[in-house]
Design a protein around this ligand. Structure first.
Ligand code: BES
Ligand code: ZN
Ligand code: ZN
Length: 504
C-alpha cells in the first residue's frame, strides 16, 4: 500500500474510487430545521451531479453514512462526517479506518479529497492521522488461512488544493505515521502467533531478525545460563517447568547525535508466550487465548522499533522477558520461596501470578542501566478488566511527572488510560511473614495496583517508573475501526512513541 501526496490538486487523481466527505448541517425548510449535507469545498459540477440524484435527498451527511454515485466517469464515494463541531483527529482516524475496511479487499486505487477531511484546520496532522488509520485498518492475520484476505489496495492518493510548497513537511508526517502504524502491525503479528509456533526461543529470534537493519540499534540476548549468573531467581522460577530457554532480549537504540545530556528511557515488557497458570492451573476457559500474555513485550517492542526507525533524539533501551508458564515435574510449586536478582525473597503463593515475577527481575536488570525513566507494559491482571473494562489501559507508578506525561501522550494519541493509586496498605499486603514479599495479596481486592505495589520493589532507587496494565486493551478493541475485532490491538504503541517524541 503506497500513499501518494498530491498537493496543488485541481481535480481528484484518477482512481477506481474517489472519496469525498461532507459534514451534516441544518437548514430551515418551511420553518422546520432539517439536516442537509454541507458539501463545502466540492467541485461545483460534482455538487450539481450529486444534488440531481434522487438518492441524495435522503443523504444528510450523518456520521458513518455513505453514498456513492458516478461523476465524470469516476466512482465517487461520499462519507458523512456528522456534526462539524464534533469532528476531531480521532473522528478522522476512525473515518480513514472505516474507509479502508470497506475498500481493502476490492479496490486498487483510491483518491481521497483530503480537504474534505481536515480536522482542526491542520492538513499536515490530518494527512498523517489519515495514513495511520488506513494502515492500521489494512491489517489482517491471514497467515494460517487457506483463503488469504489479500490486500487489493495498492495506491492511495491524498489530493489537496493546498500549496505544493508544503509538500515536504506533509510527506514527512505521513512517512512517520506509516512507520508507527507498520510497527503496530508487527507487534500484532507477534501477539497473534500461536504458542506452538511462538515460544521464547523463536520469539527472541524473530525480534532480532526484525530489528537487524535498524540504524543505531544494538542487541543482546540472555539465556538460562546468563539469568542464573545474574541470580534472577524469580524469572527462572517461572521458566522452571518450560521446555524452552527463558530469553531476556535487551535492545538499545542510541540516536546518532547522542550527548551526555541525551535522555534515556527504558521499556520493559512481559513476554509470556503462554500462561497456563502453572501448578495454580487456570481453568480451561480462562486458559484459552493466553498466547496473548506476551502482548506487553510486543507493545514495547513495537514502540521501540518505531522510535529507532524515526531516529528520535532519545536513547531508548528495551527489555523483553520471554518464557512460557508451563508445567512439568520441575515446575515451581506454590509455597516455594525464591530470591530475586535484587536479593529480596519472595513467597510464591500462586504460580499464576507469574508476570510480576518475570517483570520484577527484568526491572532490576533494566535499573542497572540507570535510565531516567522505566515504563513497563504487561497483561498483568484480570482485575484490570474488572476495574477499567476492556477498553482502558491501567496506569500506575512512582513518579507524578512521568505519569502525567503518559496521560498527556495518551490524550494526544486518543488512547484511553486511567491512573490507579498504589496505597501504603496494599504495599503492606504484599509482604509475607516468612519472606520479604509474597506474589499475591491476601484477598482479591485491588488486584491491579497490588501487582504494581509488588513490582515497585524491583525498581532501582530514584528511578521514575510507570506500569501499564494492558490486560484489557491489548486485544479485541471492536469499538475501534482501526483495530481488528478480535486478536491483538496494538494499543499503547502510539502512546509510548508519543511520550518519547515529547521527551526533551
Ligand atoms: N496473564 C494473567 C492476567 C490476565 C488475565 C490477562 C486475564 C488477561 C486476561 C496473569 O498472569 C494472571 O494470571 N494473573 C492472575 C493474578 C492472580 C493470581 C493474583 C489473575 O489476574 O487472576
Ligand atoms: Zn498468570
Ligand atoms: Zn500471565
Amino acid at each position: 500500500m503506497e500513499i501518494k501526496l498530491n498537493l496543488g490538486a485541481v481535480a481528484p487523481s484518477l482512481a477506481d474510487v474517489v472519496v469525498m466527505g461532507t459534514f451534516c448541517s441544518t437548514e430551515k425548510k418551511k420553518s422546520k430545521e432539517v439536516k442537509v449535507p454541507a458539501l463545502s469545498g466540492w467541485p461545483k459540477d460534482c455538487k450539481d451531479t450529486f444534488l440531481s440524484l434522487g438518492a441524495a435527498k435522503n443523504f444528510t451527511g450523518d456520521k458513518d453514512s455513505q453514498m456513492s454515485f458516478d461523476w465524470q466517469g469516476q466512482r465517487v464515494l461520499v462519507l458523512g462526517l456528522g456534526n462539524k463541531a464534533d469532528y476531531d483527529f480521532e473522528a478522522l482516524r476512525r473515518t480513514a479506518a472505516t474507509l479502508m475496511m470497506s475498500l481493502k479487499l476490492t479496490t486498487e486505487k483510491i483518491a481521497i479529497t483530503m480537504d474534505h477531511f481536515v480536522a482542526k484546520g491542520n492538513l499536515e496532522n490530518s494527512c498523517a492521522i489519515f495514513a495511520e488509520g488506513l494502515l492500521m485498518a489494512s491489517y489482517e492475520f491471514d497467515k494460517y488461512l487457506s483463503q488469504k484476505k489479500t490486500l487489493k489496495t495498492k495506491t492511495i492518493y491524498f489530493d489537496s488544493k493546498a500549496k505544493k510548497t508544503g509538500a515536504k513537511k506533509v510527506q514527512k508526517a505521513i512517512d512517520d505515521a506509516l512507520i508507527v502504524a507498520e510497527s503496530i502491525n508487527v507487534a500484532r503479528d507477534f501477539v497473534n502467533e500461536p504458542p506452538n509456533v511462538l515460544n521464547s526461543e523463536t520469539y527472541a529470534k524473530e525480534v532480532l531478525k526484525d530489528v537487524k537493519n535498524i540504524k543505531g540499534v544494538k542487541t543482546k540476548v540472555l539465556g538460562k545460563a546468563e539469568l542464573k549468573k545474574h541470580k534472577m531467581g524469580m524469572f527462572l522460577s517461572v521458566n522452571a517447568g518450560s521446555a524452552f530457554e527463558p530469553q531476556l532480549v535487551h535492545l538499545t537504540y542510541t540516536p546518532s547525535k547522542a550527548t551526555k545530556n541525551t535522555k534515556h528511557i527504558a521499556f520493559v515488557g512481559k513476554g509470556l508466550t503462554f500462561d497456563t497458570g502453572g501448578y495454580s492451573l487456570k481453568p480451561g476457559a480462562s486458559m484459552v487465548n493466553m498466547k496473548f500474555d506476551m502482548a506487553g513485550s510486543a507493545t514495547v517492542y513495537g514502540a521501540f522499533r518505531a522510535i529507532a526507525m524515526l531516529g528520535l533524539p532519545v536513547k531508548v533501551s528495551c527489555f523483553l522477558g520471554m518464557t512460557d508458564n508451563a508445567i512439568n515435574s520441575l515446575a515451581t510449586m506454590p509455597d516455594s520461596i525464591v530470591t530475586a536478582m535484587n536479593g529480596k525473597t519472595v513467597e510464591i503463593l500462586n504460580t499464576d501470578a507469574e508476570g510480576r515475577l518475570v517483570l520484577g527481575d527484568v526491572l532490576t536488570y533494566a535499573s542497572e542501566q540507570k535510565p531516567d525513566a522505566i515504563i513497563d507494559a504487561a497483561t498483568l491482571t484480570g482485575a484490570c478488566l474488572v476495574a477499567l473494562g476492556t477498553e482502558v489501559c491501567g496506569l500506575m507508578g512512582n513518579d507524578k511527572k512521568l505519569i502525567d506525561s503518559l496521560k498527556k501522550a495518551a490524550a494526544h494519541t486518543d488512547e484511553y488510560i486511567w491512573e490507579l493509586p498504589i496505597m501504603k496498605e496494599w504495599r503492606d499486603d504484599m509482604k509475607s511473614n516468612i519472606a520479604d514479599l509474597k506474589n499475591i495479596g491476601s484477598n482479591r481486592w485491588a488486584g491491579t495496583p497490588k501487582a504494581a505495589a509488588f513490582l515497585e520493589n524491583f525498581v532501582g532507587e530514584d528511578i521514575a517508573w510507570a506500569h501499564l496494565d494492558i490486560a484489557g486493551c491489548g486485544e479485541g478493541q471492536a469499538h475501534l475501526p482501526y483495530c481488528p475485532n478480535k486478536g491483538a490491538s496494538g494499543i499503547m504503541v502510539r502512546t509510548l512513541v508519543e511520550l518519547v517524541k515529547a521527551t526533551k
